[in-house]
Design a protein. Structure first.
Lengths: 202, 202, 202, 202
DNA sequence: AATGAATGAGAGTTCATTCAT
DNA sequence: GATGAATGAACTCTCATTCAT
C-alpha cells in the first residue's frame, strides 16, 4: 500500500537533459503506439516520470512536440541521403548507397519513421505534408540524374513522388515484417529502383 | 385536405437512405477539409440537416464513420483493380489497365482518397493500416504474375508494398499538382511500373 | 453514504429558462461574494445545479457572463434615469426623481450594483470602464441642464464624472450601512447634489 | 587582485533595497498595464531582473504585493490630506488645499491610483474595500468641520462617502482626459466640493 | 424515428509556490 | 541569499454520447 504522505518527489535531482530525452522518448513511444490524438500530455508526463508542467519547459505545446519529432526524422533522412549522394560515383551506384543509407536510418529510428507515416492528418496545413522535405531532396537528386542522362526522362515532380512512395512502401513493409532481413530488403529495393528509374543504355 | 406532395421542406420523416447519404457526404466533406479530429458530430449533423442524435442511427460512434469511409474507398479501389485485372490480357497490359482504373477512381473520389492517406494516426491499431486491403489485393495479382514469369522475381510482400507505395506516391502527386493531366500521369506511372516490375524478355 | 451507481441525473426535466436564471443568479451571487476571478465555472455550475457544459449553452465564455451582468445593471440604471428625467418638470426636481429612482434600482439589484463597482480590472479594455454608459447618460442630462442655465457651469465631462462619483459613493455607503434608510439617504443625496450642481438663482 | 568597484554588471549580491524597489516598480507597472490577474510572478521577476524565488523574500505571496501597493497609495493620500488639513485655516480653505494636494499625489502616482480603482475585485474580502482608509480620513475631517458648523449637516458616513466618490470621479476623469489641465480640474472640483459640503452663511 | 438539451470526463495549458542547489 | 527548475492543482472550455420528450 502506498503512503500518501510520501514527500511528494525529489526535485532537481536528475540531469535536465535526461528529462528532455525522457519526454521525447515517452512521447515518441506513446504517439507511435496509440496515435498522437489519443495520447494526453498527462500520459506523456507520467510515462516520462515528470510533472505535467515540466513538459512545457521543453515544448511550447503538444503539437510542437510532434513537429519536432517529424523534423528530426526528416533531418535524419535528408542528411543521410545527402551524405550518401555526395560520396560521388555513378548515379546508379549512388542509388544503391542511398537505399542502404535510408534503411539504416529507418532501422535506427523505427518509431520516428512510423510517426512520419502516421500523422499526416494532424500536421497537415496549407497543403504541406510531413515527408515533403525528403521528397524535395529526392527531387533535386533526380533532376541532377535526369539532366546527366542517367535517370529515366519524365516529370521530375512525379518521378520524385513515385520514388518517394516506392521507398516508403519498402520501408514500411520491412518494418512490419518480422522475418525481413535488411540486406535483402535493401537489395530488392535497389534493384527495383534501378529498374524503375535508371535509364537503359543502348 | 392533406396534400401528399408537400413542397421542398424536409419532411417529418425523410427517406432514411437520403439521411444516411447526407451524413456520409457531410462528414466526408468536413473530415477532408478540416481533419477528423477537428470536426464535431454536431457540425456533421448540422451540415447534414439532421439532429445530433440521428447521426447515431447510422453510425455507432464517430470512429465508425471514419472506418466506414475508409472501407468504402478501399472497396472501390479493390473492386476496380479486380475488374480491370479480370478483363484478362497480357499481364503488363493489365498493369496499364489497373493504373488507369485506379486513377479514375482516385479522381472520382478525391476526398475519400485524401481521407485514406491522412487518417492513419486516428485509425491505427494493432499494426493494421488503412490501405492494407489494397496492398493485399496487389499482392495476389503480383503473385499470379510472378508465378507466370511476367513479373520480376522477389519477395511478394515486398514487391506488393513497393508497388503500392509507388502508386500512392503518384496519386498524391497527381492530386496535389494543379497542372497535372491524368492521361499523362497514368502513362508515366504505367511506364515506371512496367520498368520496375515487369520481367525483361531475353 | 452515496451510491455511486445512482442513475447520474435527470435530464431535460426543468424549464430551460429556469436554468438560465439559475446560472445567472448563481454566478452573480458568487462573483459578488468572492470576486469574479476567484470563482470557477465549475462552482457556478454546481451552485446552479447543472453541469459545467450547460453553462456554455447560455454564455459563450466566462467573461461574457460578467459582461452580460454589467450591461444588465447599466441598462437598468440608464433606463430608469431616462424614465425619471423624461417625466419632465424643473431640472432640480428631476434631480430628485433621478436620485430616488437610482436608489430604487440599486436596492433591487444590490449584487449587480456591487459587481459594477468591483470588476473594473477584469473588464477594462481600450480605456472603457464599466459604468461609462451611465456616466454618458448623466453627461447628456447635465448638458441639457447647463444649457438651460439650471445647472452649474463647468466642463460637462468633469461635471458628469463628479456627479457619477457622488452618486456611486452614496449608493455604496447606503448598501454597506446596516442602519441606513433609503428615504433618508435619497434625501441627503438629493440635497447635496442640488447644492453641488444646481445653479444658484439671484 | 580584486577590484572592489566592479562595473555596471549586477553584483552577486545587490543592495536588497534596490531589489525590493525593482520588484515593486516592475509589479506596479505590469499590474497597471495588464491587470493583476494577467501578470505572473515570473514576469515580475524577469522585469525586475531577479529570480522568481527572490520575489518571495520581499512579499509572502502575490496578493501581498498588491495589498502593499494599495496601502502605499492609501498612505500617500491619507498623509497628504492630513498634512494639508493640519496647515490650518478656515475649513473651506482647507478643502481647497486638500483637493489640490490629492491631485498632486494622483498625478505623481498615476499607476498606483489606477491600481486603487481597478482591483476591487481581487482584493475584496469581508466587505472591506480599497479606499476605505481614505474615506475614513475624510470622515474624520468632515466630522470636525460639521461640529464646527462649517460643513453641511448630515450623516457623517454618508457625507464622507459622497465626498470620496466626488473626488474619485474627478480624479478618474482627469486621468482619462487627454486635454485636462490640473489647475482647472482642481478649481472645478474645489468649487463643486464647497457648493456641496460647505454650509451656507446667512 | 427523431430531436437536441444536458451531461461530465477529460483535454491542453498556466502559474503560484517550493526548495535543492 | 539567491536561483530557477520542478511541481501539480486548478483553470477554462470541448464534445462524444445519452435519453426524456
Amino acid at each position: 500500500m502506498k503512503n500518501a504522505d510520501e514527500p511528494t518527489q525529489p526535485r532537481r535531482t536528475r540531469d535536465p537533459d535526461s528529462k528532455r530525452a525522457a519526454v521525447h522518448d515517452a512521447a515518441l513511444h506513446l504517439f507511435t503506439k496509440r496515435g498522437y490524438e489519443n495520447v494526453s500530455i498527462a500520459q506523456v508526463a507520467k510515462s516520462a516520470g515528470i510533472a505535467v508542467g515540466t513538459v512545457y519547459r521543453f515544448y511550447d505545446n503538444k503539437l510542437a512536440m510532434l513537429r519536432a519529432m517529424l523534423e528530426e526524422i526528416e533531418d535524419l533522412f535528408v542528411r543521410r541521403m545527402k551524405h550518401d549522394w555526395d560520396k560521388g560515383g555513378a548515379h546508379p551506384d549512388r542509388l544503391d548507397a542511398i537505399c542502404e543509407g535510408l534503411f539504416v536510418v529507418a532501422e535506427d529510428h523505427r518509431s520516428l519513421l512510423r510517426l512520419l507515416t502516421m500523422t499526416t492528418d494532424v500536421v497537415y496545413v496549407d497543403g504541406a505534408l510531413p515527408g515533403d522535405r525528403i521528397q524535395s531532396q529526392i527531387r533535386s537528386f533526380y533532376a541532377e540524374g535526369m539532366s546527366a542522362g542517367t535517370f529515366v526522362e519524365g516529370d521530375v515532380d512525379m518521378m520524385a513522388a513515385m520514388a518517394h512512395g516506392l521507398v516508403e512502401g519498402a520501408m514500411m513493409q520491412s518494418m512490419r515484417s518480422s522475418t525481413s532481413n535488411r540486406t535483402e530488403d535493401v537489395a530488392q529495393l535497389s534493384k527495383v529502383m534501378k529498374n524503375a528509374f535508371v535509364a537503359r543504355q543502348q
